[in-house]
Design a protein around this ligand. Structure first.
Ligand code: GLN
Length: 190
């Protein structure tokens, strides 16, 4: 069997760590900057970083519609942190997003006093004990539609969810050695 090809949107943010993690899992990592690169892929990661900058670059490189088409074709998409902001149906600040998952996203939803923290997280569908999740100016989800499934919460805040082939996480799974979330994405969403 050919290895699955997984792209990482490489316009800004935590790109290289994802590329390394994909390789470790035996899939083929591809650094994606142009729409025509999407064709060869089985799945794509929208990484963490700064969603406003990433959105601007996505517009400039003509990636918005091709990414929606990629999703409609049933390909897998993982959005982490800023990537989750871009994947949501709507954002609390009214910026355009890709609407890949039927939920509203609250940017920087954990407030200033908790800009960055780690928490052991029980994630639905991931066995083997809690996942040590790294949150950096993290968003959370609310007002979910009927389709998304909640995979993890902190207090009442939804920090991981899945809608068919789209997986989103408010944290940075690529910043630890724990590859279980990415492994879940490759196994279940692609
Ligand atoms: N708060 C950032 C944003 O909205 C995301 C932070 C991150 O990806 N670590 O773009």
């Amino acid at each position: 069997m050919n290895a699955k090809k997984i792209g990482v949107l490489a316009l800004q943010g935590a790109v290289s760590e994802h590329l390394v993690a994909i390789q470790k899992l035996g899939a083929t990592p591809v650094s994606v900057k142009r729409p025509e690169q999407l064709e060869a892929l089985d799945g794509l990661i929208l990484p963490g970083g700064e969603s406003t900058t990433m959105r601007r670059l996505m517009k400039r490189f003509g990636l918005f519609e091709p990414l929606r088409t990629f999703h409609q074709a049933g390909k897998g998409i993982l959005g982490t942190c800023a990537g989750m902001v871009l994947a949501a149906r709507e954002t609390d600040s009214g910026e355009e997003s890709l609407s890949l998952i039927d939920a509203k996203v609250i940017r920087n939803g954990f407030g200033r006093q908790k800009e960055s923290f780690e928490a052991p997280l029980a994630i639905e569908g991931i066995s083997g004990g809690p996942f040590q999740a790294v949150f950096i100016r993290a968003p959370y989800l609310e007002q979910l539609g009927k389709k998304p499934e909640v995979l993890a919460r902190i207090d009442e805040k939804i920090v991981a969810a899945r809608q068919e082939n789209v997986l989103v996480a408010a944290f940075h799974p690529e910043l630890t050695d724990d590859l279980r979330l990415l492994e879940y994405f490759i196994r279940e969403c692609i």
